[in-house]
Design a protein around this ligand. Structure first.
Ligand SMILES: Cc1cc2nc3c(=O)[nH]c(=O)nc-3n(C[C@H](O)[C@H](O)[C@H](O)COP(=O)(O)O)c2cc1C
Length: 174
């Protein structure tokens, strides 16, 4: 990783995760440096499970990113400052099936020592090792209104990943 990032512990994350995920949004990325894809996500959470720090991402099965999340043992969650909102809007409205997201200008892949892809413009990156997945099952909804979120019945698959590295931007980009 570039030396503008330093490794911190999950407990040292200063930003509020409700804001980071829900308002700032994140790029969920999976794949290899030569073949990866990323999408914007604003649903997810982080916490502790099985005595490990974990982060959970929700990916609908029709997303191109889903294929990469399925076929790779890791995914990364990258968080950005407001000046990258255009990139997040773009990656949240176009699919890697239609546009090669590896070629989007203004966002530069950065390869972690484990060989996973995150982004140079990020301010914070969580690198996650898949531990578990499951699919949202409508028969288990305990609140009626949730079904309205899925008119197409494209229930999310969620991935629980162990946070194996947290990278924080130390210095602004040169
Ligand atoms: C703000 C925002 C948040 C989103 N959150 C999610 C999410 O949590 N899960 C999901 O499956 N799609 C989410 N999306 C939709 C995907 O980002 C979008 O469908 C994207 O084009 C998928 O790209 P892909 O086909 O290249 O994977 C979100 C979109 C936006 C704009």
């Amino acid at each position: 990783m570039e030396n503008s990032f330093k490794i911190i512990k999950p407990e040292q994350i200063q930003d509020n995760l409700f804001k980071l995920i829900g308002s700032d949004w994140m790029l969920v990325s999976a794949g290899k440096p030569e073949h990866y894809n990323m999408m914007t996500a604003s649903w997810g959470f982080a916490g502790v499970l099985w005595r490990k720090p974990v982060a959970v991402a929700f990916i609908r099965p029709n997303r191109y990113t889903y294929e990469f999340a399925e076929n790779n043992p890791y995914y990364t969650l990258s968080f950005f400052d407001e000046d990258q909102r255009d990139i997040l809007n773009l990656c949240g409205t176009i699919s890697g099936r239609d546009v090669n997201k590896m070629g989007i200008e203004g966002i530069t892949p950065l390869i972690t020592p484990l060989g996973n892809v995150c982004f140079r413009e990020a301010k914070l990156v969580l690198e996650c090792r898949k531990l578990y997945f499951d699919d949202i099952k409508p028969e288990l909804f305990q609140a009626f209104e949730l079904e309205k979120i899925y008119p197409k019945k494209d229930y999310h698959r969620f991935y629980i990943g162990e946070i194996v590295n947290v990278w924080q931007k130390e210095r602004p980009l040169p």
